[in-house]
Ligand binder design. Structure first.
Ligand code: GRF
Length: 201
């Protein structure tokens, strides 16, 4: 399975996916990394691993559609079969969704449907929940609303601050994102409406 990873920032989830691929823990390879931020550390991580890394400046286009057409062209050029959003800070639009139906995943640092949108860890922390976690889901037209593939829970501990909680969640992100990709790669994910079932091996 050829992956296209989209990232806007530090790229630690990208790193976890590249590491899992390099170690043969997933039947997938990162074919291309695309960022909407020229200085995203994710691009550097990709280049260091010898993986094509492309910056596409959204500011250069008149519409989201025109911007996304270029993304789709790149993803198709690299024969990408699954798009993985990994800290990609934009809402995916119609052009991407139609080009990759049920073939775009995202990782969110909270237990959806709680705390969608920006800073899921901080939202959970401020709300005062005792359990939080992360979610890998398919992307639909909403913000963090698509069918859920896997979640991992972590406790909120006495003495935590937002950063210690976020670090505990991140550790689980790095574990479940490659796991979700492997389930997809092995053809075990079946989407029925909102529900994603995982077929037996
Ligand atoms: C992660 O917390 C992810 O859940 C969220 O954005 C952050 C990206 O971190 N969507 P990184 O760039 O993968 O290190």
């Amino acid at each position: 399975l050829r992956l296209g990873v989209m990232a806007s920032g530090r790229g630690s989830n990208l790193q976890a996916i590249m590491d899992a691929a390099a170690a043969g823990r997933i039947d997938a390879e990162v074919a291309v990394v695309i960022s909407d931020k020229e200085d995203a550390f994710a691009l550097e991580r990709a280049r260091k691993a010898g993986i094509p890394a492309e910056f596409v400046d959204p500011g250069k286009f008149n519409s989201k559609e025109d911007y996304e057409k270029v993304l789709v062209d790149i993803l198709n050029r690299y024969e990408v079969g699954l798009v993985c959003l990994a800290g990609y800070m934009r809402i995916v639009g119609r052009v991407m969704l139609e080009a990759f139906p049920n073939r775009i995943m995202n990782i969110h640092p909270a237990l959806l449907p709680s705390f969608p949108g920006l800073h899921g860890q901080r939202q959970a922390w401020e709300y005062g929940v005792k359990i939080s976690g992360c979610t890998v889901h398919f992307v639909d037209e909403g913000i963090d609303t698509g069918p859920i593939i896997i979640q991992a829970a972590v406790p909120v501990l006495e003495g935590d601050d937002v950063d210690t909680l976020a670090a505990r969640i991140l550790e689980q992100e790095h574990r479940i994102y490659p796991q979700a990709i492997q389930l997809f790669a092995s053809g075990r994910l079946q989407i029925n409406g909102r529900k994603v079932s995982i077929k037996e091996e």
